[in-house]
Design a protein around this ligand. Structure first.
Ligand SMILES: *Cc1c(COP(=O)(O)O)cnc(C)c1O
Length: 338
């Protein structure tokens, strides 16, 4: 089975399994797990933040950030196709009692400073006030678009000029950094907090990181406990996460494979697959007279899996468990299906 549905499907490597087996552990709720402490220190350094906290999932990291940054009843400014808005069950409303206001992030999913300005609401008698701007990089629904540091900075500055904190959903932050050829900290220096996933392209079995300044992370620890995310001998899953952090440079292989996949799919009559920045390929099927669902079903019969991303859009995601030969095979299968 060639599984291009997501980069979350990667299996832990032997090295990760060994790291889990031999991990030094303690009770992380008491901050006594040496593997978790090491992972958090290393992760904070990678994104140039004062402190970091290990969380079970990216969703929990984003939700904790929103809760810590805001007060009940405020607005959160989010992109209309962002993960926090589309795929987290309205968590900002459920967990933090926020009202969301959306902007259209266009090609790259990032707002212009003018859009931030237009979306900003000053607190007054009748208006709740904007409590958070949330950005996403890479942007998933736009096709793994890597947003450059300057663009992030311009949007973030527009919010921070009003005293509004900025959270970055950087589930695939390191894909963005590798694609742009910059250290991740060049992107995160513009924001107040960042979440990134260890469990996607980096290949760890479980977990994400939430990073920010020390007082933000101190508050985040309380909210993680509140949300039920305090874990005990979490070193068992943090240790593979440390191995995963060594996989950053490997992400360029995924990007090359995605580029080859997009080129091959785009050559098929009726399909359109724009060249990707990173490891996400979006394929548009309307001109082939085929729905996304029909294409996926035909590919599945040939043991190639992909995700439906709209009526006529299919997402293929490259990762460490698919190689260049698998990409060739996938192109053949899709061509046959069309
Ligand atoms: C996967 C993802 C998340 C959430 O991560 P989980 O670990 O699946 O909860 C958040 N944001 C983006 C952009 C993602 O792709």
């Amino acid at each position: 089975m060639l599984d291009f549905r997501s980069d979350t499907v990667t299996r832990p490597t032997e090295e990760m399994r060994e790291a889990a087996r031999t991990a030094a552990v303690g009770d992380d709720v008491y901050r006594e797990d040496p593997s978790v402490n090491e992972l958090e220190a290393e992760a904070a350094a990678r994104v140039g933040m004062e402190a970091a906290m290990f969380v079970p999932s990216g969703t929990m990291g984003n939700q904790i950030a929103a809760r810590v940054h805001t007060e009940r009843g405020q607005e959160a400014l989010v992109e209309e196709t962002s993960h926090v808005y589309k795929y987290e069950l309205g968590g900002f409303a459920q967990h933090s009692e926020l009202q969301v206001r959306t902007f259209d992030g266009g090609e790259n999913g990032a707002p212009t400073p003018e859009q931030v300005e237009a979306g900003y609401v000053a607190e007054e008698l009748h208006r709740p006030g904007t409590g958070l701007l949330c950005l996403e990089n890479t942007h998933n629904v736009k096709g793994g678009v890597a947003v450059p540091p300057d663009t992030v900075g311009a949007a973030a500055d527009a919010a921070r000029d009003h005293g509004v904190p900025v959270h970055l959903d950087g589930a695939r932050l390191f894909n963005a950094a590798v694609s742009l050829g910059v250290p991740a900290s060049d992107i995160t220096e513009h924001v107040d907090s960042v979440m990134f996933c260890l469990s996607k392209g980096l290949g760890a079995p479980v977990g994400s990181i939430l990073a920010g300044d020390a007082s933000f992370i101190e508050n985040a620890r309380r909210v993680r406990k509140l949300f039920g995310g305090g874990m005990r001998q979490a070193g068992m899953v943090a240790a593979p996460g440390l191995v995963a952090l060594e996989n950053v440079s490997r992400l360029s292989d995924d990007h090359e494979n995605a580029t080859a996949l997009a080129a091959g799919l785009d050559d098929i009559d009726g399909l359109r697959a724009p060249a990707p920045d990173t490891n996400i390929v979006l394929v548009h099927t309307e001109n082939a007279g085929l729905t996304a669902g029909a294409l996926i079903e035909r590919c599945e019969r040939e043991d190639v899996l992909a995700s439906e991303f709209g009526e006529h859009t299919v997402r293929f995601c490259t990762h460490q468990d698919v190689d260049a030969a698998d990409v060739e095979r996938a192109i053949e299968v899709v061509a046959g299906a069309v």
